[in-house]
Design a protein around this ligand. Sequence first.
Ligand code: NAP
Length: 325
Amino acid sequence: MADVEDVIIIGSGPAGYTAALYTARANLRPLVIEGFAWGGLLQQTTDVENFPGYPNGIMGPEMMQELRDQAERFGTRFITDDATRVELSDGGVQTVWIGDEAHRAKAVVLATGAQHKKLGIPGEELLSGRGVSYCATCDAAFFKEHETIIVGGGDSAMEEAIFLAKFAAHVTVVHRRDEFRASPIMLDRARAVENIAFLTPFVPEEFVAGESGALGSMRVRHAESGELRELAATGAFVAIGHEPQSELFAGQVELDENGYVVTQGHSTRTTLAGVFAAGDLVDHTYRQAITAAGLGCKAALDAEWYLRDTPPDVTARPASETIEA
Ligand code: NAP
């Protein structure tokens, strides 16, 4: 079979680009299908101050450009488009499609990361980008002196609220329970900020447009009494966690009950030989750029060892091309 790559990497956050860097340096000429919006969630961040090696911090997009450049320097090739379908095999040829275009490889690293969870309530999609946001660190500056809302009760919600409160007139943290999932220290910090208020236990019901067509208010319902309230706000930030971007792989590799790809032991091996997974796609605990990069490195080494020790037979046809007798 012609044109079978050694390694294809799907995804381009710290995990994907680190896997690319290591496999490129192992002379495996990786092909990264990096997605149309390459760079992952860090593209939406401002200062990154906790990635070792940047004593003065670095902007998220700049860091992703540098990781990409570093991978490119050693021969990584990129396709800036979204993978639309995969056909993963157990120890055979792995196939990744971009529309009608098929790319085949002996090994594949899945590193498509995670995305912000959505509430799934009326008005959310329509007003997304028009007052409804998923990233206070990205958008808070647009809400100077505005009435704002943070939805959520975890550490992300507290962190976002504290950051947003530096810009907004007021921040109301709306959470569906009276108890918080956030760590006590984060909760105490948020409680100490003068212009942050808490509203519990209220469940978001709907985002409502104001006269301008952008967000005007959010309707909420008391979780027990059912009392309805309308909170005037021109900015609302949904901070209810993340979910893995694993739809493409469902039914092919094993996923856990939350949709994260399951890997074996301390390795990045999935349930299929030759298919490796790294970054936020597998890790719902640490979810840091540095841990994702570490997993990307492990996936590259796992792929390299797999290709050295048990390379697949590249003459085998993928299942979709096999005609049953
Ligand atoms: P999380 O801990 O899973 O919290 C998500 C919050 O959103 C929960 O309070 C949850 O409510 C609420 N929620 C989920 N779905 C909802 C829905 N449909 N409607 C309304 N509310 C909903 O997620 P996270 O805050 O993103 O944190 C994830 C991990 O990263 C945690 O381990 C956290 O400690 C860590 N983290 C740490 C820091 C830090 O230390 N600086 C900052 C950010 C994140 P319930 O509680 O009722 O389920």
